[in-house]
Design a protein around this ligand. Structure first.
Ligand SMILES: Cc1cc2nc3c(=O)[nH]c(=O)nc-3n(C[C@H](O)[C@H](O)[C@H](O)COP(=O)(O)O)c2cc1C
Length: 515
């Protein structure tokens, strides 16, 4: 397969669009008896418990999300406690609820269907409190399991063509996606969800690592990283790397032999269904050699190119002294997707501006050059924002403006676009992430599809956190692809719908008599 043959992406993307008719003609139902296990379990490996009661960072959520990544210093080496904090607040279990289909363990970051298909692994040198090795993180018992003993950071550095962040990192977290765990419900659309759900998790990860250099790395030889983690790649694949910390130490170990381990894991379900469209999409977007990675990373920057829209409204964030000071850990612990919005509520323009400011400052990522570049454009349907007329808007990032595309009450349109759900109709504002896929694929090949979905998920995750930091509510949503583009056209003509998120105030239920 060839990353440059971008027909593969169009085939996958067009083949997994939702439309009014595709939803009605799909006979899929949820087979609860065959529901996949929410955790990957290695039954024969002893757990290494992560430290609990870790001191909080005490960094306010808004600055954790929006401050630039710290530049390298001598002391940018995480210890075991730092890694425990980062893993737990990215993918740990934060709530547990009984459900007719079985217990649901809700995690730190939002995830489609609460199915949690993203796994985390750690590749580290010797650190204070933790020996060098390749580990898997199990959120069920908050433990690591050692898969390979010794320092394998040289293997990762090689797989990234000596990408500077990975080559200098004392530790790197690898995020993988497990197809069946999400495809049980969402079938072939799961490959998009990999980017979304990995992205919301990355928003947390970057925010809780905000005192250490960290970034998202998509340029790596897939087969090398998958082999290091001993993945069965028909079931689970590496999605991105996040180097944590930085060391100037020049003696990175040479790559080591990483033979197949064949480690036993508990099957997810009695039966699994394979969706070839996703395996093809993954293969087509895989990078096959170190030379290909170096070339991919070194391509030309992608500059914004959206047509001017209508009248502009300037965004202005909450003044510093009025910004909420809750720590990033407090905000992550109280986050939970809003299940019903209060239709009568409104948010202020300053609250919305703060969300845009924090969420779109630019992600640290090897594919976003120059720093601050962004692949997705943000479009809005405003229902109830003080100081803004209801209507459809385009966020012009370089001017910090919202440009009016059309004025009007669009609650029933939002209901339809968000797959005929009440949530986008009752919210105060719906934020759609759209991208010019054609330009992105020309620049990045099929790998650009992974990049655009991952970036959207991460911005979405930042929007969640910034909303909850301000005690607002939010939820990710899915959508009717082409109807979204038609709604925002002619401005959005030629773009593709990537992500949707609604913001508002959760409906407070009235206390019932006798309760
Ligand atoms: C990208 C994305 C899309 C989502 N789509 C929907 C949706 O269409 N409808 C819905 O009710 N919830 C949706 N959700 C919310 C998830 O169901 C929710 O995140 C999950 O149940 C975990 O719960 P929590 O976010 O409260 O931790 C979505 C979440 C994400 C991240």
């Amino acid at each position: 397969m060839n990353n440059r043959d971008t027909q593969a992406t169009w085939k996958y993307h067009d083949g997994t669009k939702h439309s009014y008719w595709s939803i009605r003609s799909n006979p899929h139902f949820l087979d609860w008896a065959n529901r996949p296990q929410p955790f990957k379990i290695y039954p024969k490996i002893e757990p290494l418990p992560l430290p609990r009661d870790i001191p909080p960072t005490e960094v306010s959520a808004l600055s954790a999300i929006s401050e630039p990544v710290p530049s390298a210093g001598d002391d940018s080496v995480p210890d075991f406690q730092d890694l425990a904090r980062i893993l737990y607040f990215s993918a740990g279990v934060t709530k547990q609820r009984a459900h007719p289909g079985g217990e649901i363990y809700f995690r730190a970051a939002a995830c489609t269907g609460a199915l949690y298909e993203i796994e985390l692994y750690l590749v580290t040198g010797d650190l204070a409190g933790l020996d060098a090795g390749v580990y898997h993180f199990n959120p069920a018992d908050v433990s690591l399991r050692l898969l390979r003993k010794g320092d394998f950071r040289g293997n990762l550095a090689q797989a990234t063509a000596m990408g500077p962040a990975v080559a200098h990192a004392p530790a790197t977290i690898i995020c993988t996606g497990t197809y069946w765990r999400n495809a049980w419900k969402y079938q072939a659309r799961t490959y998009r969800h990999f980017g979304w759900d990995n992205g919301t998790l990355l928003a947390n990860m970057l925010a809780v690592s905000s005192e250490l250099p960290s970034e998202i790395v998509l340029g790596f030889v897939d087969a090398e990283v998958n082999r290091l983690l001993d993945l069965d790649t028909r079931r689970e694949v590496s999605l991105c790397l996040v180097p944590i910390g930085r060391t100037s130490e020049s003696s990175l170990p040479a790559p080591r032999e990483a033979p197949a381990l064949g480690l036993e894991t508990i099957p997810l379900s009695q039966r699994e269904v394979e969706y070839p469209a996703m395996l093809e999409m993954h293969d087509a977007s895989s990078l096959e050699s170190v030379e290909e990675v170096a070339q991919w990373r070194g391509g030309l920057p992608l500059l914004p190119s959206s047509a001017l829209a209508g009248k502009a409204v300037r965004l202005a964030s909450l003044p510093e002294e009025e910004q909420p000071k809750d720590t990033i850990e407090q905000v992550i612990l109280r986050r939970g997707s809003t299940r019903t919005f209060d239709k009568a509520a409104s948010v202020t323009l300053a609250q919305l501006s703060t969300i845009f400011d924090c969420a779109t400052r630019g992600l640290p990522a090897d594919f976003l050059q120059p720093p601050g570049a962004q692949l997705n454009d943000l479009y809005l349907i405003v229902h109830s924002v003080q100081g803004l007329k209801p209507g459809a808007y385009f966020f012009r990032r370089d001017q910090t403006n919202l440009e009016l595309l059309k004025e009007g009450e669009f609650r029933s349109e939002a209901y339809h676009l968000g797959l005929e759900q009440e949530l986008p109709a009752d919210a105060c504002v719906d934020i759609f992430l759209l991208a010019d896929l054609k330009r992105i694929l020309e620049r990045y090949g099929n790998r650009g599809y992974r990049a655009v979905q991952l970036e959207a998920g991460t911005i979405g995750g930042r929007i969640y956190l910034t909303a909850y930091a301000q005690r607002l509510g939010a939820t990710g949503l899915t959508f009717f692809d082409d109807d979204v583009i038609n709604f925002f056209s002619p401005h959005a003509k030629g773009k593709s719908a990537v992500f949707l998120l609604a913001i508002g105030k959760p409906l407070k239920r009235k206390p019932q008599d006798g309760l």
